[in-house]
Design a protein around this ligand. Structure first.
Ligand SMILES: [Zn+2]
Length: 301
C-alpha cells in the first residue's frame, strides 16, 4: 500500500502554496492548527482514521501527509508556513503532562513550532499548566470531543484562569463535528467564557457544525477567535456546510479568524484549504489577515 505522495507532486504543491501567499504580498503563512505528537500516538490516530472510527463520524478519511516527522516539518517549510503548532491532546487522565514534556522538546528542536501544551480535568492540572506556561508554552490545545470532558469542569477552572491571566490562546475542539461528544457544542464553552471572559479561546474548525452559535460567542467576547481548520473545503461542505446566511458575519470577523489546516491529518491537499478560503470571496485584505497577520498579532511574531 502506498500512501506516500511522490516528491514531484509535493514539490509542485509547495510551489502552488507559495504562489498563493506570494500573490497576497505575504511573507508566508501561519498555521495555528497542525498536529505533531509522539510518533506512537500519531500512528494510533492514523489507525483510527483508517478504521473510520465513530469520533470521525465513520467517514472515509485518507491521510494525505502520512510521512515521517522530519518530512512533515520540511514540507511545512517548503509551503512557506513560518509558524505552526503541535496540537496534541490526551484522551484519559495521566497523559497530558507526558505530552507536554514531549511538546516542549519538540518546540526546542523545531524553532518554527509555537511551543504547545495541553491539559485534562485531573488532580494537579493547574500545577502542570502553570509549569508549561513557565517553560514557555505559547498555545494550548484542548479536545473536548476526544477527551470526553466538560470544559466547564470545576477541576479546570484554575487552569483556565492561569491561561486567561497569561493571555495564552487555547485552541479548543469544542464543536460537535465531525461527530458530537457528550460535552461538545456551544453551551459548555459558554459557561467557561462566562467565568473567564478574557480567555483567549480559539474555536477549532470554526465550531462546525454549530458555526453560528460559535460566531455568537466571538461577537460577544472580544478574545474569542476561530480557526478555519477543514472549514469551507469540499470535504466538509459535503456534510457540514457553512450556512450562507452567516457569510457576512464571517467577513466582518476577519480580524478574529485564523488559518488552521489539520495538517497532516487531512483527506485532501493542503492547497485546497487555502483555495477554500479564497473562494469565500472576501478579498485579499481578509485573506492576508486570516492567513498571516492575525496570528502575528496574537502570538507577537
Ligand atoms: Zn485537529
Amino acid at each position: 500500500m502506498s500512501d506516500h505522495r511522490s516528491d514531484m507532486v509535493l514539490g509542485e504543491e509547495a510551489g502552488d502554496v507559495r504562489r498563493f501567499w506570494g500573490r497576497l504580498g505575504l511573507p508566508g503563512l501561519i498555521d495555528v492548527h497542525t498536529h505533531f505528537m509522539p510518533e506512537r500516538v500519531l500512528h494510533k490516530v492514523w489507525d483510527y482514521f483508517d478504521a473510520n472510527g465513530p469520533l470521525i463520524g465513520g467517514l472515509e478519511w485518507p491521510i494525505t501527509y502520512r510521512e515521517e516527522e522530519a518530512e512533515r516539518t520540511a514540507l511545512l517549510r517548503e509551503f512557506g508556513v513560518r509558524a505552526f503548532t503541535a496540537m496534541l491532546y490526551p484522551h484519559k487522565p495521566g497523559m497530558a503532562e507526558w505530552l507536554n514534556g514531549w511538546a516542549a522538546d519538540f518546540a526546542r528542536r523545531t524553532p518554527d513550532c509555537l511551543h504547545t501544551a495541553t491539559l485534562y480535568p485531573e488532580p494537579g492540572v493547574e500545577t502542570y499548566v502553570r509549569g508549561a506556561v513557565e517553560a514557555g508554552a505559547r498555545v494550548f490545545k484542548a479536545h473536548v470531543q476526544v477527551g470526553a470532558y466538560d470544559p466547564a469542569d470545576e477541576r479546570l477552572q484554575q487552569a483556565w484562569g492561569v491561561l486567561a491571566e497569561a493571555r495564552i490562546p487555547v485552541v479548543m475542539h469544542c464543536g460537535s463535528g465531525p461527530a458530537p461528544g457528550k460535552y461538545t457544542g456551544p453551551e459548555p464553552i459558554a459557561r467557561v467564557l462566562a467565568r473567564h471572559p478574557k480567555l483567549r479561546l480559539i474555536v477549532a474548525h470554526m465550531g462546525m457544525p454549530e458555526y453560528e452559535e460559535f460566531l455568537d460567542l466571538a461577537e460577544r467576547y472580544d478574545q474569542v477567535r476561530l480557526d478555519t481548520t477543514m472549514a469551507f473545503t469540499d470535504f466538509t461542505e459535503g456534510f457540514m456546510p457553512f450556512p450562507r446566511q452567516a457569510l457576512p458575519r464571517l467577513a466582518a470577523l476577519g480580524d478574529r479568524i485564523l488559518l488552521g489546516s489539520d495538517f497532516p491529518n487531512i483527506p485532501y491537499p493542503y492547497l485546497h484549504q487555502l483555495h477554500a478560503l479564497e473562494r469565500l470571496g472576501f478579498g485579499q485584505e481578509w485573506l492576508r489577515a486570516v492567513c498571516h497577520d492575525n496570528a502575528t498579532c496574537l502570538f507577537g511574531l
